[in-house]
Design a protein around this ligand. Structure first.
Ligand code: KIV
Ligand code: NA
Length: 265
């Protein structure tokens, strides 16, 4: 099996092939995504919400991200594995960012990191890149800054924020990032960004005119049933399927139907 590299991700944009990306946080899920042929697996800090039940992404630690990432890497034969630098692991200075990145790369075997922000984190991006680690940018709604924004609503609707976003995207490209995630911004702005930078732009809630799409896998599988943003398309109703399965199991246990003779030694 041919492994997906950052160069192949760039080649996809260059030939107009859309890039597919989903999150995963554990071995079993990553195995399914990799076997299905996903291009990029993101070990997102959304694990803080989806796996740990936190209200924001802020509490998840570098150690916890490494645990998730190493579980995912063991399952992957083909996909490119990108890991989020969690809140508090890079904002101090560029050597902190590099130290955190080196821990992720050494202890999990991942292939790249993702860092939220633009001009503010320029030094850190450059420093990580000098170590030979590919960096994916992340602009628009950056959930680690939720207490600055105040809400999870669409970002960059005003001209001023849109202009900063375009400038940040160009800056991340100049720094040498291999791709940029754009989260929850107007489709028109995302289209413009994908046109002005030559590196791949991967959207979530950023419309169709970008180079690829990413979703949180538990959202698109319908496991997180109370999360219903406009941008989300559900490809399965696993909440119902799993609930029915668990109920059937409970019934079978209570009624002495399970286990039967064939299921016993
Ligand atoms: O953590 C995450 O899941 C993400 C994606 C939504 C881009 O950063
Ligand atoms: Na994230």
């Amino acid at each position: 099996i041919k492994k997906v590299t950052t160069h192949q991700i760039q080649a996809m944009k260059d030939r107009g092939e859309k890039i597919s990306m989903l999150t995963a946080y554990d071995y079993s899920m990553a195995k399914i995504l990799d076997s299905a042929g996903i291009d990029i697996i993101l070990v997102g800090d959304s694990a803080s919400n989806v796996m740990a039940g936190n209200e924001t992404t802020l509490p998840i630690t570098l150690d916890q991200m490494i645990y998730h990432a190493s579980s995912v890497v063991k399952a992957v034969d083909r996909s490119l594995v990108v890991v989020d630098l969690p809140f508090g692991s890079y904002q101090g200075n560029s050597s902190e960012a590099l130290r955190s990145t080196i821990r992720i790369m050494k202890e999990s075997g991942a292939h790249a990191v993702k860092i939220e922000g633009g001009a503010e984190i320029k030094e850190s991006v450059l420093r990580v890149l000098t170590a030979g680690v590919p960096v994916m940018g992340h602009l628009g709604l950056t959930p680690q800054s939720i207490y600055k924004f105040g809400t999870y609503t669409v970002r960059a609707k005003e001209d001023e924020e849109a202009e900063k976003l375009i400038a940040d995207a160009k800056l991340l490209e100049e720094c040498g990032c291999f791709a940029i995630v754009l989260e929850k911004i107007p489709a028109k702005l995302a289209k413009k960004v994908a046109e002005v930078v030559s590196i791949p732009v991967i959207g979530i809630g950023a419309g169709p005119d970008v180079d690829g799409q990413v979703l949180v896998v538990h959202d698109m599988l319908g496991i997180t049933k109370d999360f219903k943003p406009r941008f989300l398309r559900r490809y399965a109703d696993l909440d119902n399927i799993m609930t029915d399965a668990v109920k059937a199991y409970i019934d079978d246990v209570k009624s002495n139907d399970f286990p039967n003779e064939k299921e016993s030694y």
